[in-house]
Design a protein around this ligand. Structure first.
Ligand code: IPM
Ligand code: MG
Length: 348
């Protein structure tokens, strides 16, 4: 059976890192007797340039019909101030595919502890899975604007909180069985509903998983002072956006990390967590590891190929262990060379 994967190269370094991930997936197909059909579509700024819409109807229809969607990156200063923003395409895709749970794993490779801005002993035991709510909150609430006032509505329903919290608790069961739910319940009504709902769900369905609540301001601090004390972090859309960028630096380079955005079924959207990095686009110097790690998540969550996912993760580990480095990590491998190095290490 062939897996139908829609590829959205997007903007900046997006096309380069997406290509790198496809190189590794080709090695996976050969080693694991899997078959992938890649179907490329316009998205983001590139689609604004091509047809004036960051998420053309054809692209969304292809994504809806696919087993999985693989995205490079979107955005760039080129589209600042324009009528349409590339980022609107990404929000439209998340909403259009109903991808309410965003998984962002953060860990630190032992060979890279010195690249972290924190002292090695602070980061050596970091292994965090951020579960960010992705289709609600301020991002999607009603927006209003007059000449001199503006508002963004923050709204959450119990239904929206429960479905993403379940993803976090279930993930915790396969890890250290600990969820930290992050909110601002001392101020925000949505956060009070969030906390009550998560507490009730844990008592009813996940008594085996430990739950702790933290306020977002102090969590932002503790994620730096004691990042090793977190397992699964569950939070709402905007807090998750901010905290996941904060956590990403722990690993030594934002270029290393992948992500999965999931809905109720198996389908998902996979992308590195870094942006389009227009300043280094087209130079073959971007770090493809985040994109390749996202491909591993795609194999695990959407394509039911957990062994192939592990093979990619082991190949990344081994490449970094043996000193393969792109420029962001002080090395001189290009994006394609790094991908080829990892692809060569794929073994069953
Ligand atoms: C992310 C990005 C997006 C977000 C932008 C590009 C809309 O920052 O995926 O974290 O804010 O969700
Ligand atoms: Mg972000």
């Amino acid at each position: 059976m062939s897996h139908n994967i829609v590829v959205l190269p997007g903007d900046g370094v997006g096309p380069e890192v997406a290509e790198a991930a496809l190189t590794v997936l080709a090695a996976i197909a050969a080693a694991f007797d899997l078959s992938f059909e890649f179907d490329e579509h316009a998205f983001g700024g590139a689609a604004i340039d091509a047809c004036g819409d960051p998420l053309p109807g054809q692209t969304l229809a292809a994504c809806k019909a696919a087993d999985a969607v693989f995205l490079g990156a979107v955005g760039g200063p080129k589209w600042d101030g324009g009528k349409q923003r590339p980022e609107a395409g990404l929000l439209g895709l998340r909403a259009g595919l109903n991808l309410f749970a965003n998984l962002r794993p953060v860990d630190v490779h032992p060979a890279l502890v010195d690249y972290s801005p924190l002292r090695p002993e602070r980061v050596s035991d970091v292994d965090i899975l951020i579960v960010r709510e992705l289709t609600g909150g301020l991002y999607f609430g009603e927006k209003k604007r007059t000449n001199d006032t503006a508002s963004d509505l923050c709204q959450y329903s119990k239904f929206e909180i429960i479905r993403v919290a379940r993803v976090a608790f279930e993930a915790a069961r396969g890890r250290k069985s600990h969820v930290t739910s992050i909110d601002k319940a001392n101020v925000l009504e949505t956060s009070r509903l969030w906390r009550e709902t998560v507490t009730a769900l844990q008592a009813k369905e996940f008594p085996d998983v430990a739950l702790r609540h933290e306020l977002v301001d102090s969590a932002a601090m503790k994620l730096i002072t004691s990042p090793g004390s977190y397992d699964v972090v569950l939070t709402e859309n905007l807090f998750g956006d901010i905290l996941s960028d904060e956590c990403s630096v722990l690993s030594g380079s934002i270029g290393l990390l992948g992500s999965a955005s999931l809905g109720a079924g198996r389908q998902g959207l996979y992308e590195p967590i870094h942006g389009s990095a227009p300043d280094i686009a087209g130079q073959n110097i971007a770090n493809p590891v985040g994109a390749i790690a996202s491909a591993a998540m795609m194999l695990r969550h959407s394509l039911n190929a957990p062994e192939a996912a592990k093979a990619i993760e082991a190949a990344i580990y081994s490449a970094l262990q043996s000193g393969a480095r792109t420029r962001d990590l002080g090395g001189d491998l290009g994006c394609t060379q790094m991908a080829e190095d990892i692809a060569r290490r794929i073994a069953r």
